[in-house]
Design a protein around this ligand. Structure first.
Ligand SMILES: Nc1ncnc2c1ncn2[C@@H]1O[C@H](COP(=O)(O)OP(=O)(O)OP(=O)(O)O)[C@@H](O)[C@H]1O
Length: 300
């Protein structure tokens, strides 16, 4: 089922083309939107919400034209903006209750719903304290809670892991996975890091300079960008030669041999070659794809 689609979507600012003839289709589940800073991710989200007019082309969300039906779209879509937007003097509870009421819930229902959602995102006693004293991780959770409080069908999360430490990132990614899997809400989440989106997304769209670079199910993506790094005490060259003979794509970089994962058999081939040549293995690890690698791949 199509959740949103764009066709030839273009947005020109006076000095820059932020979106350039972008045509994408997004289905249910968790979809990652990846691109370097300035690639046009936030601009796309604002157009989809009906907050910014496109220069040309079309954008549709849940079957509604974003150019004319922004308020209706915003009623059923949650939005977690990238930038800091929280009132420091209010508590998380006061703020999220307010946002729930703004979306039309009566006060009692708004209070109940806010308490539930704040618990789901992992804010407990601290939800009664002013937001001004919160850590970045807590603030990101409040932003996520307000995006979910009106029980949307779809949420747009703009760089939700920004500014978080590694543990905070992992927690936020796990939360995003739960939003998609347990709450059944479709998610469009942006990041400039492909590696972190790989862990939570069903589908990934990569944009660069406002244009589509690639759109694939996550399986195809990781396969295209996966590699194994092998280090042995001695005998890296013979190992590389053996694997090349077997048809594997290998590259030696210093003490590390990189083998592209082209099929499930690649892991076995590396293991068997190391055994056959009687080499001492120091390291065998999976390399995650980096966005730079994807940028070198032709668009699918
Ligand atoms: N209101 C605006 N006026 C002029 N230029 C803008 C405006 N909004 C965005 N841009 C420009 O459009 C391009 C795309 O910006 P956008 O914020 O969509 O990128 P992004 O992929 O979300 O990156 P980031 O994560 O850094 O925000 C950038 O070159 C940006 O400077």
């Amino acid at each position: 089922m199509t959740i949103l689609a764009t066709e030839g979507l273009t947005k020109r600012f006076p000095r820059v083309t932020a979106l350039d003839q972008l045509s994408i289709t997004v289905g249910t589940g968790v979809t990652g939107l990846v691109g370097a800073n300035g690639a046009g991710k936030s601009t796309l989200i604002k157009i989809l919400l009906g907050l910014l007019p496109a220069t040309s082309g079309r954008a549709e969300v849940l079957g509604m034209d974003a150019a004319t039906r922004g308020p209706e779209i915003r009623r059923v879509v949650g939005y977690m903006p990238e930038h800091e937007c929280l009132p420091p003097d209010l508590s998380a509870t006061e703020f999220v209750v307010h946002m729930a009421q703004m979306s039309g819930l009566p006060r009692t229902a708004a209070r109940e719903r806010a308490a539930d959602i704040l618990r789901h995102v992992g804010l407990h006693e601290e939800r009664y304290r002013p937001i001004g004293g919160y850590s970045t991780g807590m603030r990101q959770r409040v932003k996520l809670a307000q995006a979910l409080v009106h029980d949307p069908r779809l949420v747009f999360l703009d760089e939700p892991t920004n500014g978080l430490d590694p543990q905070g990132r992992d927690d936020m990614l796990a939360l995003i996975r739960r939003v998609g899997a347990e709450f059944g809400i479709s998610v469009l989440v942006t990041s400039h890091l492909l590696g972190e989106l790989e862990r939570v997304c069903d589908h990934v769209i990569v944009i660069d300079g406002g244009a589509l670079l690639r759109s694939s199910a996550i399986g195809e993506f990781t396969q295209a960008t996966q590699a194994i790094a092998v280090e042995v005490e001695e005998g890296l060259e013979p190992l590389a030669a053996r694997l090349a003979e077997l048809g594997e794509a290998v590259a030696v970089q210093g003490r590390i041999l990189t083998v592209q994962v082209r099929s499930e058999g690649t892991f076995d081939a590396v293991r068997d070659a190391v055994c056959d040549l009687d080499l001492h293995l120091v390291r065998l690890e999976q390399r995650r794809g980096r966005i730079e690698d994807v940028f070198k791949e032709p668009a699918a």
